[in-house]
Design a protein around this ligand. Structure first.
Ligand code: NAD
Length: 320
């Protein structure tokens, strides 16, 4: 009985805090629509994690703009269902589903090999897929899941496709990071959380890694006509919080404050298409506008160190 009272009291306190902080939450959850009318006829786009949430809405929007959209999905069946629902909204949508499991480097390599065989150009790469606050599990290659999928998987995918992107220039890379980078730091002494694991901190670390990767890649690609920017999509009603009971509860309790997946896709779409961003690189965006970056996300030494550690874990050498 006492436990029940405490839980209810806790929920009331959280509810009061949410009401109190509503204006702040709204600031990060509302607004920001991509106003660009840019067309993407003849362009090829690749989106990871495109079968649900923000990724699916991004795929729909870019398909309506005329792009050939490759939806890279872990579960091909779910991917085909998503593609079918996109075609129901827009019958002319040129969407294709390909299998990609970012938790398995052999799947990433097989995916990239097939893509390089079948596609002549890649104009936009959107590193969108993500996993949040899962229990401690390892990827097929022994990496902690959140760093493995959110950062290392995309790091390898981008490495394998960078030549194609450069040949297709002007090209853009959009990395979906998060506001969560603000409370993240890179634990170089235990990058893969083998010593200790906290699911929230591991998520924040992976989202900071997304941001640092985008900035370092942008620096390295200067002059190549391939731009790289990172994005915070806002707080979005999606399946992302499925591993956290508390967040699932809070997200359903306060779903009115949250963005729809369609609204959450707007900043990714903006960074992918807006004409005024054609040469802008190494920046972070939220609500279709430049956004502030925490000091740890601006540290060039950390970015380089993470780049080297990631390359070493994956056994790759960037020569581009
Ligand atoms: N929802 C939010 O409030 C929020 C806030 C900030 C950042 N983000 C980021 O936005 C991105 C999209 O999240 P979402 O909210 O649409 O959640 P979501 O759960 O609906 O989408 C995540 C997608 O990633 C895919 N994915 C997960 N593991 C994968 C793997 N091993 N291989 C391939 N694909 C895999 C899932 O299948 C899914 O399609 C994520 O990177 C997330 O970190 C979301």
């Amino acid at each position: 009985m006492m436990v029940l009272v405490l839980i209810v009291a806790g929920l009331v306190v959280v509810a009061l805090l949410m009401v109190l902080f509503a204006p702040y939450i709204r600031k990060y959850s509302a607004g920001g629509t991509c106003m660009s009318m840019a067309r993407l006829d003849g362009k090829t786009v690749l989106i990871t994690g495109a079968n649900t949430g923000i990724g699916k809405e991004t795929a729909l929007d870019l398909a309506i703009r005329g792009a050939r959209v490759i939806m890279a999905c872990r579960d091909v069946e779910k991917g085909e269902e998503a593609a079918a629902s996109i075609r129901r909204v827009y019958s002319k949508a040129n969407v294709e589903v390909r299998e990609l499991d970012l938790a398995d480097t052999s799947s990433i390599r097989a995916f990239a090999q097939r893509l390089l065989r079948e596609v002549d150009h890649l104009h936009i790469l959107i590193n969108n897929a993500g996993v949040m606050m899962c229990p401690y599990v390892k990827t097929n290659d022994g990496f902690e899941m959140q760093l493995g999928v959110n950062h290392l998987g995309h790091f390898l995918l981008t490495y394998l496709l960078i030549g194609l992107l450069k040949r297709s220039a002007p090209a853009r890379i959009v990395v979906v990071s998060s506001l969560a980078h603000n409370v993240g730091w890179i634990r170089f002494h235990d990058l893969l959380s083998q010593g200790s694991y906290n699911s929230g901190l591991a998520y924040c670390q992976s989202k900071l890694a997304n941001l640092l990767f985008a900035r370092e890649l942008a620096r390295r690609l200067k002059g190549s006509s391939v731009t790289v920017n990172s994005v915070h999509p806002g707080l979005v009603r999606s399946e992302l919080v499925r591993h956290s009971t508390i967040l699932s509860l809070l997200f359903s309790l306060f779903s009115l404050f949250l963005k729809s997946p369609r609204d959450g896709a707007q900043t990714s779409i903006y960074c992918a298409v807006a004409e005024e961003l054609h040469s802008l690189t190494g920046k972070h965006f939220s609500d279709c506008a430049p956004a502030s970056v925490a000091p740890q996300g601006r540290n060039e030494e950390t970015a380089r160190k993470l780049w080297d550690a990631s390359s070493e874990l994956l056994g790759i050498v960037w020569d581009h």
